[in-house]
Design a protein around this ligand. Structure first.
Ligand code: GUN
Length: 291
């Protein structure tokens, strides 16, 4: 059984990006520049954004963190976005989600210039991705493709069952796995909360991508021997015994499913760490595409 080590793979990727950035700077050019907008004080968002900014420093990118108050109006946020769209010194930026309830998330995402949308959440990028044109692919599905490719997991002709149809994970990964190219050419079934007899489906799968958000949902009786498991779940489950008061659980009952799997991503340390590395990769792509 192979553990698909996202932490190590993400570190390898960061080292590669760091080398590329060093060469860019050595040639006298400016560094790639990523900005992150964070509205409010959500604990998890603060952690994620902090980690993104630190990773920029690590690889030698310039970074800007824009913190706005929880009470920021939609109008004020749109104004901030218009400024970021205009800023010539900026290659890409993200608006950390979720946004406060009084702000229309869709309106905000539509306002982001698609050429700076390194999260790949704008419909233009989603459409371009689906049509196999140059696009920014959202970090989580992009990270899964990178992991499959680097570990040389055979996907061509295999049956992949994706569980979960979210706009940022399930739906895009189902498209990418079926496309031509590396880590593609799979036969994909997209399952979701209304799927009937899910375990009959997952039992036929060569590869399962779990992106449901229900801790330890996938158990050993639902999979076949030799399956590859990609676990995207990261649910905080209360645990008084832990100093933080919670533990992070994936969508897969790891200990039992790992016994049957040929390859599996752990949680934490699997898909999670890949997402920041892929955000950096998208920022580098934005810089390079700008020429
Ligand atoms: N919130 C949770 N994950 C993400 C992400 O990848 N990008 C943004 N912008 N917000 C998030």
């Amino acid at each position: 059984m192979i553990v698909l080590d996202g932490k190590k793979t993400a570190q390898d990727l960061k080292e590669e990006i760091k080398e590329t950035v060093a060469a860019i700077k050595k040639s006298g050019k400016r560094a790639p520049h990523l900005a992150a907008v964070l509205v409010g004080n959500d604990g998890a968002s603060l952690t994620y954004v902090g980690s993104k900014v630190r990773s920029c420093d690590y690889v030698g990118f310039d970074s800007t963190l824009i913190r706005l108050e929880e009470s920021t109006t939609e109008e004020a946020l749109l104004k901030q976005i218009a400024e970021l769209n205009q800023n010539q010194d900026l290659d890409g930026y993200i608006v950390q989600l979720p946004l406060p309830k009084h702000i229309d998330e869709e309106k905000i995402l539509l306002a982001i210039d698609p050429t700076k949308d390194v999260d790949g959440f704008h419909p233009s990028n989603f459409g371009r991705m689906a049509l196999e044109m140059d696009a920014f692919i959202p970090a989580t599905p992009f990270g899964i493709m990178e992991l499959l490719e680097r570990y040389k997991i055979e996907t061509a002709g295999k049956h992949c069952v994706v569980v979960g149809r979210s706009h940022i994970v399930g739906r895009p990964i189902s498209i990418l796995l079926s496309q031509k190219g590396p880590a593609g050419n799979a036969t994909v079934t997209l399952a979701h909360s209304r799927t009937q007899q899910l375990s009959e489906l997952t039992k036929t799968a060569d590869i399962i991508v779990m992106a449901l958000g229900i801790p330890e949902f996938l158990t050993t009786s639902m999979v076949k021997e030799g399956v590859t498991i990609i676990d995207v779940g990261i649910t905080r489950v209360a645990d008084a015994a832990h100093p933080k008061g919670y533990v992070i659980k994936g969508d897969v009952a790891y200990a039992e499913v790992a016994q049957k799997a040929a390859a599996i991503t752990p949680v934490p340390g699997g898909v999670g760490p890949m997402t920041i590395a892929m955000l950096l990769k998208n920022t580098l792509l934005a810089y390079q595409r700008k020429g």
